[in-house]
Design a binder for this molecule. Structure first.
Ligand code: HEC
Ligand code: HEC
Length: 348
């Protein structure tokens, strides 16, 4: 998705600006106050903070339902063949099983589809961190040539001809299914995708000392050790400090990363540090899906990564005994939240 040239980027920013202006003109109207019965009760996992929710998009059940319908609806793509759910599968923690994903007419993208678990907490979206809100991010796949190759205005025109959507949009936002409604509703659905009930969580936050195997506990120790340094970057309740760095994947990066956004040479090959929640489900790994398994990820880190002027000094070679390697992998696999991936509320 993100191999957009600067021209495309400019176009998207034009749209985003347009979108801002558009929402700004609506500020005069009183905010929609959802009826009590429509309140959505967000079940925030134990140990997680409350996610930020924009003032113009309070969660209601109707909004979330509408957003879920749109998320799985191929009507958002030009030829009505692909939906958000075609690349973000609930059973894979809303990621994809292939290195890159395919848009309409089987057009390949350039990056590995990110998991949407806990995306409500991401401060900036996409691997270079160029998109600040979930509402805005929705314009990207709609517009991208190798995703939906469509346009928000045309999506809205299509939905306005579908009586079910007209009715749902009225109840949810008291307006037609326009650009405001489409972006708000899908973002509302995405904010409900909270995942924090893995064996690790049961052990660390829910006071169950038996939830984690002895091997996974030793793996956690390694993960947090100064020898491996994993938790220096994969830190906090999401296992990411939400910063951007170069983890030595290549000497020459085909995808130049954050430099696309900032233009700074020090941002070449620099990418967002991803969350490791549900990581056993989100293979293949890294921004381009080039590492097929968790074993190959551990092999990568053991070498200390490839030489690159921007490589983080936190990466240094280390050796693991076969037992330690198994422990580290057991820990990474303990971050899988089975209830999250089987939750019928998140499915089509
Ligand atoms: C053709 C496949 C494809 C489709 C369709 C698609 N996505 Fe994605 N999505 C991706 C890829 C690939 C990335 C990673 C892009 C990057 O990092 O630059 C991504 C990233 C995201 C992110 C950013 C996550 C993060 O942590 O930064 C969000 C949010 C998202 N997609 C939501 C959606 C929504 C909502 C839709 C439907 C409107 C959608 N996607 C449609 C492939 C797809
Ligand atoms: C200097 C910061 C840093 C350190 C230290 C670090 N990582 Fe990472 N990690 C990253 C970045 C950045 C990425 C994403 C790179 C990309 O997208 O190509 C990543 C990606 C990953 C992924 C792939 C996630 C996915 O969904 O694609 C796994 C798994 C992972 N790291 C595990 C570890 C483990 C285990 C350690 C310790 C041995 C570790 N990391 C140490 C920064 C770091």
């Amino acid at each position: 998705m993100a191999n957009f040239s600067f021209i495309t980027m400019r176009y998207i920013w034009f749209l985003v600006t347009f979108f801002f202006l558009f929402s700004a003109c609506r500020k005069e109207e009183p905010p929609v106050t959802p009826s009590q019965t429509d309140d959505y009760v967000l079940r925030v996992p134990t140990g997680f903070p409350q996610p930020g929710i924009p003032a113009d998009n309070a969660l209601t059940r109707t909004r979330v339902t509408l957003g879920r319908r749109l998320f799985y609806d191929p009507a958002l793509s030009k030829d009505s063949t692909r939906s958000c759910g075609s690349c973000h599968f609930p059973q894979l923690a809303f990621s994809d099983s292939t290195a890159v994903s395919f848009g309409i007419e089987h057009r390949p993208g350039t990056r590995n589809a990110a998991s949407l678990a806990n995306v409500a907490y991401q401060k900036q979206l996409l691997r270079e961190g160029g998109v600040p809100t979930l509402e805005m991010q929705i314009l990207v796949p709609i517009q991208e040539h190798n995703e939906f190759d469509f346009n928000i205005v045309l999506v809205a025109a299509r939905l306005k001809r579908m009586p079910e959507y007209v009715a749902l949009a009225q109840t949810a936002y008291e307006r037609e299914p326009d650009a405001f409604v489409i972006t708000r509703a899908i973002a509302a659905f995405e904010r409900t995708l909270l995942s924090g009930d893995s064996p690790y969580d049961q052990y660390a936050f829910q006071g169950n000392p038996f939830a984690l195997s002895a091997s996974a506990k030793r793996g956690l120790g390694l993960f947090e050790s100064d020898r491996l340094n994993c938790s220096k970057c994969h830190d906090g309740f999401l296992f990411t400090n939400q910063e951007y760095t170069n983890n030595g994947l290549y000497e020459i990066y085909p995808d130049s990363g954050r430099i696309r956004l900032t233009g700074l040479e020090s941002d070449r090959g620099v990418l967002k540090i991803p969350s490791l929640r549900n990581v056993a489900l989100t293979a293949p790994y890294m921004h381009d899906g080039s590492l097929p398994t968790l074993e190959t990820v551990v092999d990568h880190y053991q070498t200390g990564g490839k030489a690159h002027p921007n490589k983080s000094p936190l990466l240094k070679p280390f050796k693991l005994t076969p037992g330690e390697r198994a422990d580290l992998l057991a820990f990474l696999r303990s971050l899988t939240d089975k209830k999250f991936i089987s939750n019928p509320e998140f499915r089509n």
